[in-house]
Ligand binder design. Sequence first.
Ligand SMILES: *[C@@H]1O[C@H](CO)[C@@H](O)[C@H](O)[C@H]1NC(C)=O
Ligand SMILES: *[C@@H]1O[C@H](CO)[C@@H](O)[C@H](O)[C@H]1NC(C)=O
Ligand SMILES: *[C@@H]1O[C@H](CO)[C@@H](O)[C@H](O)[C@H]1NC(C)=O
Ligand SMILES: *[C@@H]1O[C@H](CO)[C@@H](O)[C@H](O)[C@H]1NC(C)=O
Ligand SMILES: *[C@@H]1O[C@H](CO)[C@@H](O)[C@H](O)[C@H]1NC(C)=O
Ligand SMILES: *[C@@H]1O[C@H](CO)[C@@H](O)[C@H](O)[C@H]1NC(C)=O
Ligand SMILES: *[C@@H]1O[C@H](CO)[C@@H](O)[C@H](O)[C@H]1NC(C)=O
Length: 402
Amino acid sequence: MKFSIASWAFFLFSLIIAADAVSLPVLPRAGKGKGKGEGDHNGDGEGGGTRPTLDPANWPNTTAALVGLHKNLCEIPSIAPNELAIGDWLATYLESRFFTVEKQEVAKNRNNIFAYMGSKNRTKTLVTSHIDVVPPYINYTYHSNGTITGRGTNDAKGCVAAQIKAVEGLLAEGLIGEGDVAMLFVVAEETDGAGMIKANSLGLTWESVIFGEPTELKLSLGHKGVLRFNIEAFGKAAHSGYPQLGINANEHLIEALHILSKMKLPGSDLLGNSTLNYGVVGGGTAPNIISSYANASVAIRLAADPLSVRTLVNETIKDLSITLTWFERFYGPQYLDYDVEGFETEAQAYGTDIPNLKGSHKRYLYGPGSIFTAHSNAEFVTVTDLVKSVEGYKALIMHTLS
Ligand SMILES: *[C@@H]1O[C@H](CO)[C@@H](O)[C@H](O)[C@H]1NC(C)=O
Ligand SMILES: *[C@@H]1O[C@H](CO)[C@@H](O)[C@H](O)[C@H]1NC(C)=O
Ligand SMILES: *[C@@H]1O[C@H](CO)[C@@H](O)[C@H](O)[C@H]1NC(C)=O
Ligand SMILES: *[C@@H]1O[C@H](CO)[C@@H](O)[C@H](O)[C@H]1NC(C)=O
Ligand SMILES: *[C@@H]1O[C@H](CO)[C@@H](O)[C@H](O)[C@H]1NC(C)=O
Ligand SMILES: *[C@@H]1O[C@H](CO)[C@@H](O)[C@H](O)[C@H]1NC(C)=O
Ligand SMILES: *[C@@H]1O[C@H](CO)[C@@H](O)[C@H](O)[C@H]1NC(C)=O
């Protein structure tokens, strides 16, 4: 679906957005901040952002609008592959803010949402995050101490809301215009990355892409890669009273898992150690039967070159009584751009959609909330962090355009 607008509407849009912007915090000027401190966009500092009071009745309109957008997004369940409703809602919202909006079909009833200003879909910068979440749905709740709990509040609807408000804010301040920034909100980040992979067929390229995932307001130095494999052990069933008549597949599997988990894997200074997890293990049918089959699913979080780790694993298991099958899809460590002043930096151990978007663009990763609560029942974000992250995204966008 494509919703085009005439330029008068674009003008009107600037006016409407400007009306919402009266109380926007002050931002460093576009492109002129080179070599000058840009304030603190991290969790602890005061600079750059307003610190909202806890009582929503006293929030500036911009905070109320940000929290309102975030609430709307969080209240629509969007556990992959059920992202239709949130995509439709988001498209309607962005159209109401006079963006040009396109839905890119990834699969039946699964759409990426791509939005930009006016008619120029080719922009210098892209801001992007994902609209799917992990199960189960947890309802949205605002607590009087300024925290917001619920599924997606940090991973990644906090990023989505803050990115949109950053773009709206910069537009209202006249700091950006057509051709500067596009927004892309994808499905399937939490499963197989199909949304971001599909985005490659938009036929667009960017100088810089700003990815949104929870980083506790720190600018990411990079994140680990992922390598996955399954192992299987084949035995021979027998009565457990006569183990000599059988071959115990569970025993072979456990031995292999033990050896694999003790392996010394290569790491790097930036990302630390590579780590191995056998997250799913199964085998056997009953306590009184020697197990004839066992298997396990293993993931390695890579801080080093994938091929060297594959060779090492191959070498380690070659004399063991198991069969190993590598997953076809894997990616190595991602080294990101962080040449922006005013941010604390940190490396992450989790995976993102970043390797799924092809191209030679600069890559930034930043967002409110912590990965330590993402995917958990205690997932939350604070209003303070949401507000600060809008400032952070604005600074990143302006940096990429300078
Ligand atoms: C905030 O919004 C209210 C109602 O929507 C409006 O009356 C008020 O003028 C706005 N305040 C500012 C500072 O924009
Ligand atoms: C949210 O979930 C909690 C726990 O299940 C429940 O106590 C509460 O009433 C729910 N709130 C809303 C608004 O549905
Ligand atoms: C905020 O309040 C909620 C609900 O009472 C509580 O679970 C949470 O620990 C509090 N968080 C902070 C940072 O005080
Ligand atoms: C971008 O705009 C060009 C020219 O108007 C058009 O041909 C192309 O289909 C558009 N692509 C997307 C993804 O919007
Ligand atoms: C990496 O592993 C070594 C042991 O192999 C351990 O001593 C070290 O603390 C680990 N480093 C990190 C950052 O976890
Ligand atoms: C392990 O085997 C079971 C039973 O055949 C199967 O359902 C499961 O998908 C297998 N898991 C892996 C990781 O191979
Ligand atoms: C690991 O072993 C598999 C199967 O034996 C082989 O296809 C693959 O090329 C090996 N990979 C490396 C990096 O040695």
